[in-house]
Design a protein around this ligand. Sequence first.
Ligand code: GDP
Ligand code: IMO
Ligand code: MG
Length: 423
Amino acid sequence: MSVTAVIGAQWGDEGKGKLAHILAADNDIILRYQGGSNAGHTVISEGQTYKFKLIPSGVLYENKLALLCDGVVVNVVTLANELTELQQRGQLKGELKISRHAHLVIPVHCQQDVYFEEAKGPRAIGTTRRGIGPAYADKYFRVGLRAADMLNGDFGARVRAMTKRKNVLFTGYYGKQEVNPDEIWAQVEPTVAVLAPLVDDTVQLVRNAVKANRPILCEGAQGTLLDIDYGTYPFVTSSHPVSGGALLGTGLSWRDLSRVVGVSKAYTTRVGAGPFPTEERGPEGELMREAGAEYGTVTGRPRRCGWLDLPLLKYAAELSGFTELALTKTDVLDDLDEIKVCVAYERDGQRLDWPDLDPHELERSTPVYEVLPGWRTDTSGIRAVVDLPSRFRDYVGYIEQYLGLPVTVISVGADAQATIFCS
Ligand code: GDP
Ligand code: IMO
Ligand code: MG
């Protein structure tokens, strides 16, 4: 049995897309279990760059089945565009299916996201404005639209009814303009012909694949610290990126998971608001942003940069049961004389080894740093562990020892080729 989950260990953008693309080659089925088009997963392969929002990166290979499972919220307009673009590039090689239970994001959810953020003023979360929170809220309020609804004759009426309901909120609560239900339907209607044929019973597909021992890869979106329950609430997304989410969102059971790969940068980034104890506002943070091209894949916003936070990483490893770690963007630190790593916090004069994720408490937790020597070597062309500078290996060893986990993959560049497999 082989079910592997690739899971963001930080605040997203750890390089999950690159790793999932690499691992997808050895799997038959690649699935997304949560999140929506707030994800931006970059894959650079054979001279081509892809920025996946919803489609799992496995579709770049022949004969793969890519599934958008139950826990995903599917923006129908984005997905239809993404499919068309990939088809036009001749790169839609695998087969895509959408769970009939997956909830839908329609443009009125995105509008609600914008109004909601604006209304929050200085307390805004800094969402991607992709309608994620509103779509999950509708799901849990049990008024959402699901993929299977696209197969019914009353889908247009339901889209219009949802828009009208939200208009009451838009005008009455937010004091904004109404949205025209016919205009929303005009955007949604053309996507039905493209997406409705892809709707399927993905739970059965997943269960059959497990029984047949076909290798499955779960491609997580966002990251542990953005988890709705285990992240820095309220500065989080509205789903479960942790490994438990890969079970709830797909129809896999705990018995099925065999490998859980946490993905972490060699430093830390965050887009949007919220606590970030190791944020580096000085020149070293600037260096990370420029050397790492740290600008959001979805929104283009500059990412906040800082040092690796080992207590938070250990927290992520424990919550998801990482069996190993993939360490990415190590090349970004190539030019630093010294590299700081947070090994604990101090709060009210006391040392904390276990982080308190309450935003207020995390804000006032001061990182305790260990300073390690930089390797000051261009590592981007290295492809074997033995060729890595010894100080680089010490850095990796330090992380392994702290976490009690092996680093099995090191990523030294954005291209799929720029990868070192440690075994
Ligand atoms: P994801 O959301 O976790 O899939 O990550 P993103 O694609 O949003 O962000 C990661 C960014 O870093 C992308 O621009 C990748 O092309 C790039 N990237 C991934 N791995 C590496 C690496 O090892 N080194 C460098 N320099 N860039 C990388
Ligand atoms: P990938 O899959 C980084 C952040 C947003 C915001 C918060 C809530 O590419 O790693 P949302 O739109 O989800 O309601 O925004 O979560 N966020 C991400 N940050 N990478 C992502 O996805 C993210 N998806 C959401 O910036 O702070
Ligand atoms: Mg991303």
